[in-house]
Design a protein around this ligand. Structure first.
Ligand code: ADP
Ligand code: MG
Length: 609
């Protein structure tokens, strides 16, 4: 093949691919433009997950009549003159690429009036070509409508995810910018329904209420500046972080803004994780919204096409400023619990299964037996109490409804090959059940064991497509993060399939009418939140795997925690139910439920052998 220079429109489309990957990228660029134009109110209307229409209206400065076409030319910007200016940049944009890119891969119309001029301008473009231009009366500000994104780049179109996934990306972008700019009033509409809005009050906590809910916002702590030495430091850190008690299963709610720019950065993530070290269980993550402000000449914003990454001149200072301010904030809010390294038995089985539990035990509130849906009397054996087998640890309903009262328990005395029959001796540390088996001593992790029990009960019902669902006495209204709204709406069936009856209740509120009976009295909000975390992952695995994953996660959250005192009856019931599990030796996530100390081992330890 001979070498040829690419045609201009091909160059534009290739370049557009760098900046505009999906509908949410359009929203990001246009929102940034509106913010750069000093808007105090930004409205974003989206149809069909952004495939059909995205319209962004702002009340910013507007574009001058004689500059409108220029704004859509590649590398045309009002924000930068020399490359050196990059190091004193105070705007979000600077490359002059967004409008050119967006217009080259869509049908676009722009109405803008500069605040110093009397008349506005309307232009229409298609695939980068100007179709129409006229003067038009309009309020000061800019309205850009983008229709049929990627209509001329079918390959891109194919890579888009479901409408709900794209909607969720958009909601995420808008809610992030709303956090970074609490003085700006944001409104987001999906298919003519307002899903999110902020007041522009300037108070970040108000925004957090809109993005999450009042309860979550209340549990977030304002970040303290590192310390008195702040004068020496050029890094300023502010924002909100969650107390350790408020946490989640992925790091998607850890958000950083560097000089008002939303960035993703592993090192910043690491600084946060380190600050929470020992305060959170493994694989749990806090909610964090951090504004990091550094002098413009200490950060290079020009290292990534979508400006999602930055490079710091003094990365270590930034890192330690974050680390210290978070640590200060957390320590002041709640003294850091002492962490005790567990001592493994010298059997080679040196598993650290107790480490997460150790912390929880030291900080858990007073044991609350009801919390996990246990219906057993806490006082031993009242004469009228039903036999334990019929109330069960959190899985009473199926047995109750499917077995006639008083029926003999099937195979209660049969030891499974996976686990011998055990005689319960008692509980230690409010975390472990001690039991005797035919060959020595068994220590059972009550949390892991209960997780396994719930999981198998749940999966058994699931396999029979008969998940027992239990109506709530009063439907619970639960507010979810905005970006989860469309995901939940799309997955109502999945939730129904696992026993959740949930219906939309306007805005980001859902009504939970019933929950899987297996979950007993788990708080509906907590249950729903756990389920959502799985929807958030981008790729949707096969339905069945998906449900399995959700079920495992829900069981983990619903199971009895370390630190809960169990009565003798409850301990026995738990062990009995564990014995009946198919895989009693591990929790659904693969951790051991029990440790076996054989008679042989004990004799060695006591140097009898
Ligand atoms: P950049 O933001 O990097 O300068 P863009 O292509 O996004 O590049 O925008 C080009 C120019 O158009 C901007 O520099 C700005 O002058 C003008 N512009 C774009 N959007 C708006 C808006 N909403 N309000 C006012 N001016 C705008
Ligand atoms: Mg821009």
């Amino acid at each position: 093949m001979t070498i040829k220079a690419l045609a201009d429109h091909v160059v534009s489309q290739i370049a557009a691919g760098e900046v505009i990957e999906r509908p949410a990228s359009v929203i990001k660029e246009l929102t940034e433009n509106a913010l750069d134009a000093g808007a105090t109110s930004i409205t974003i209307e989206v149809e069909g997950g952004g495939r059909n229409l995205m319209r962004i209206s702002d009340n910013g400065s507007g574009i001058r009549m004689d500059e409108v076409e220029l704004a859509f030319a590649r590398h045309a910007t009002s924000k930068l003159e020399n490359a050196d200016d990059l190091f004193s940049i105070a705007t979000l944009g600077f490359r002059g690429e967004a409008l050119a890119s967006i217009s080259s891969v869509s049908r676009l119309s722009c109405v803008s009036r500069h605040r110093d001029e009397d008349m506005g301008t309307q232009i229409k473009m298609e695939g980068g070509t100007l179709l129409q231009r006229r003067s038009i009366g309009a309020p000061a500000g800019t309205v850009i409508s983008v229709e049929n994104l990627f209509f001329n780049v079918p390959a891109r179109l194919k890579f888009l995810k479901s409408d709900s996934a794209e909607r969720s990306h958009i909601s995420r972008i808008v809610s992030r910018y709303a956090m970074a700019y609490p003085h700006v009033r944001f409104r987001l509409e999906h298919d003519n329904r307002t899903v999110f809005q902020t007041t522009g009050s300037g108070n970040l906590q108000d925004v957090l209420v809109s993005v999450y809910n009042a309860d979550t916002a209340k549990q977030m702590l304002p970040v303290k500046q590192p310390d008195e030495r702040v004068e020496e430091h050029t890094t300023r850190v502010s924002g909100y972080i969650s107390a350790p008690s408020l946490n989640r299963g992925n790091n998607r709610e850890i958000t950083f803004f560097v000089n008002g720019r939303w960035v993703q950065d592993r090192k910043l993530q690491a600084a946060v994780t380190q600050a929470y070290h020992t305060m959170l269980m493994v694989q749990r993550y806090p909610y964090v919204v951090l504004m990091i402000d550094v002098p413009p000449d200490e950060v290079d914003v020009n290292v990534h096409p979508t400006k999602a990454e930055v490079r710091f001149r003094f990365a270590d200072r930034v890192f330690s400023a974050i680390n210290r301010s978070l640590r200060n904030t957390l320590v002041e809010a709640a003294p850091v619990p002492e962490f005790i390294e567990p001592r493994g038995w010298s059997t080679g089985e040196n598993r650290q299964i107790s480490s997460p539990a150790t912390w929880e035990r030291k900080t858990a509130p007073a044991p609350d037996v009801l919390d996990w849906g246990l219906n057993l009397p806490t006082q031993p054996a009242q004469p009228v109490a039903p036999p334990p087998s019929q109330t069960g640890i959190g899985l009473g309903t199926p047995t109750q409804t499917e077995m006639p009262v008083g029926a003999p328990e099937p195979q209660q005395e049969m030891a499974t090959p996976e686990m011998p029959l055990l005689r319960v001796i008692g509980q230690i540390g409010a975390s472990y059940i001690v039991a005797e088996g035919p060959d020595g001593l068994y220590l059972i992790d009550q949390h892991a064991a209960h997780e396994r029990i719930l999981y198998e009960a749940f999966m058994a019902e699931h396999a029979r497509s008969k998940i027992a669902s239990q109506g709530l006495l009063q439907p619970a209204a639960v507010d979810v993060p905005v970006e989860a709204v469309s995901l939940i709406n799309d997955n109502l069936d999945v939730m129904n399939g696992i026993g959740f009856e949930v219906e939309p209740f306007g805005g980001n509120t859902f009504l939970v009418r019933s929950m899987p009976a297996v979950l007993g009295q788990m708080n509906p909000e907590k249950a729903l939140r756990v389920v959502i975390e799985d929807f958030e992952c981008d790729e949707t695995p096969f339905q069945n795997e998906f449900e399995k994953k959700i079920i495992a996660r829900v069981c983990k959250r619903a199971s009895v925690k370390a630190g809960q005192v169990l009565s003798g009856v409850e301990q026995k019931e738990m062990v009995r139910q564990l014995e009946q599990c198919d895989s009693p030796r591990t929790c659904p996530h693969g951790r051991p439920t029990m440790i076996h100390l054989s008679v042989d081992l004990l004799e060695k330890q006591f140097q009898r052998k």
